[in-house]
Write a protein that binds this ligand. Structure first.
Ligand SMILES: *Cc1c(COP(=O)(O)O)cnc(C)c1O
Length: 386
């Protein structure tokens, strides 16, 4: 069967090779501690599951939902943004429901990118920005996220002929995989760059609530002029341990949302209404629900980062996300160091190069294992001879 040219252009997943290595180790009888998975291990809070049980009993929820989402869901999103970020949203024009934020991110280029148009994507990054551009026959232009620049792109390095032909710029802070965060000054620069060049600023805010030590992540919509050019993708997945439920939302510029919704009305039929009702309960949870989830990750973070430092690795405590982005010691590539951790300690991580060539030199640990397991991993790290 002949695949389309655009499918052939998608990069191969490095992760298949890593999976093979893991399987082989497990066959040898090693109980591998897997820090590779960016998927919360904790269950969805009980009050949300209970709301779902009630919602699923209602026959009116068994029919096709509306494309843009229940008005009450969109109102709950607006309340959430006001309460958590101080951002005012019009639920009728500035909010749409998504089948997870990945769905919205993947569909956005179909609405705004023509054959041969550029998008600007960070490197390293969540792979969907690159892939969705290719699926829309666009050309992703990669901008490096470098440690010396706090993993923020330098807009001055983008050639002006690329900037002029770019339709979308994707950014993601707090960032997967580097766990970097963005402050107001940078966000303002990004908005100005996009306004000057007529580019849509697509901000992936999936980790906007996973923060520590009193740090609060800024929504791009808090910054002046953001509503002129910005769409922000957000999700219940990480905030409320709901990755399997498939519910997220997009907020911001109403014209951008209209374009995205036009694609969606032709492709999907919205989010199961029972899931939206449970989502309303989640968004209206008391703040303590989010605080409790963050404090679990904080304890895990502290334990792991201390352990990594103890064996001499260069690593910082992240302010946000559930990832630890750890520099690879001299003399190793990220894949070689991943193999070493697996062979010496039975610990599996994700090599940075899997997120793009500028991810080379780092590995990513996901804090999705419980403290007992992390303590065991830290103990095993002592077997790693650097
Ligand atoms: C987990 C994650 C998402 C969330 O995806 P959903 O489709 O909402 O589950 C989005 N962006 C990044 C960078 C992520 O890591």
């Amino acid at each position: 069967m002949q695949l389309s040219e655009r499918l052939k252009k998608l990069p191969k997943y490095l992760f298949a090779e890593i999976d093979e290595m893991k399987k082989k180790k497990m066959m040898e009888g090693v109980d591998v501690i897997d820090f590779g998975v960016g998927d919360p291990d904790m269950p969805t809070p009980k009050h949300i599951v209970d709301a779902m049980k009630k919602a699923v009993e209602k026959p009116e929820n068994h029919r096709y939902p509306t494309y843009e989402g229940l008005l009450e869901f969109r109102e709950a999103v607006a309340e959430f943004y006001m309460r958590r970020k101080g951002v005012k949203l019009d639920p009728e024009r500035e909010v749409i429901a998504l089948i997870g934020s990945k769905e919205g991110i993947a569909h956005l280029p179909l609405a705004f990118v023509n054959d041969g148009d550029y998008t600007i994507v960070p490197d390293p990054a969540y792979p969907v920005y690159f892939a969705s551009t290719i699926l829309a026959d666009g050309i992703p232009y990669r901008v490096p996220l470098k440690k010396e620049n706090d993993f923020l792109p330098n807009f001055e390095e983008i050639p002006s002929e690329i900037a002029k032909k770019a339709r979308i710029m994707f950014l993601n802070y707090p960032n997967n995989p580097t766990s970097a965060v963005a402050e107001k000054e940078f966000i303002k620069e990004a908005i100005d760059f996009c306004m000057d060049n007529g580019i849509i600023l697509a901000h992936d805010f999936a980790y906007g609530e996973i923060t520590f030590d009193g740090y609060r992540a800024k929504s791009f919509l808090e910054v002046e002029n953001a509503f002129e050019v910005c769409v922000e993708f957000n999700s219940l997945s990480k905030t409320f341990n709901m990755t399997g439920w498939r519910i997220g939302f997009a907020v911001g510029n109403s014209e951008i949302l209209k374009g995205l919704l036009k694609v969606k009305t032709n492709v999907d039929s919205g989010v199961f209404q029972a899931v939206q009702e449970a989502g309303i309960t989640a968004l209206r949870s008391e703040d303590k629900v989010i605080e409790d989830i963050c404090s679990v990750y904080r304890e895990r973070r502290d334990l792991l980062v201390e352990g990594l430092k103890e064996i001499g690795l260069e690593v910082e405590k992240p302010k946000a996300t559930f990832y630890v982005w750890c520099q690879v010691p001299d003399g190793y590539t990220s894949v070689e160091f991943t193999k070493k951790l697996l062979n010496d300690a039975g610990i599996l991580v994700t090599p940075g190069v899997g997120f793009g060539e500028h991810g080379e030199g780092f590995v990513r640990f996901a804090l999705t294992r419980d403290v007992e397991t992390i303590a065991k991993a830290v103990d095993r790290l002592k077997n790693v001879n650097l």
